[in-house]
Design a protein around this ligand. Structure first.
Ligand code: UDP
Length: 138
């Protein structure tokens, strides 16, 4: 059974969209096997997005990701990495398919409401960034 890391980002937590987003995962048959609500420091946001260090949006992105609470979750299911990316939609909500989280809820290309790991290796790294073994429900 595959696992991936999802984050409900600060723009969505601020607008009371936690339940709306979780419902979409549950309705798609995805299990939430770990979840917490926390506020990243600037340094933690920089570490999480280290892969984007050289990109022009890195400073703004890490300011935004440390601006308020977010909800990291471990999602589990068959093919859940890809399935989650489909449910999320494209990075820029203007390009996201109708009915996806980002098309329905995101504010813009930066404040796009959710994060999702893009491959098995990044999923493992990103899960370990937020969760210890003890915090896994099953
Ligand atoms: N991002 C941004 N400006 C851009 C591209 C990305 O602010 O031009 C932000 C956005 O929040 C995005 C995150 O950086 O979700 C990571 O970018 P990536 O290309 O990995 O997109 P994702 O995998 O989240 O769709």
């Amino acid at each position: 059974m595959e696992r991936t890391l999802s984050i409900i980002k600060p723009d969505a937590v601020e607008r009371n969209l936690i339940g709306n987003i979780i419902k979409r995962f549950e309705d798609a048959g995805i299990k939430i096997v770990a979840m917490k609500l926390l506020k990243l420091s600037k340094a933690q946001a920089e570490a999480f997005y280290a892969v984007h260090k050289e990109r022009p949006f890195y400073g703004e992105l890490t300011d935004y990701m440390s601006s308020g609470p977010c909800v990291p979750m471990i999602l589990e299911g068959e093919g859940v990495i890809l399935k989650n990316r489909e449910i999320m939609g494209a990075t820029d909500p203007k390009e996201a398919a109708a009915g996806t989280i980002r098309a329905d809820l995101a504010i813009d290309k930066e404040k796009n409401s959710v994060h999702g790991s893009d491959a098995p290796e990044t999923a493992a790294q990103e899960i370990a960034f937020f969760f210890t073994e003890y915090e896994l429900a099953g």
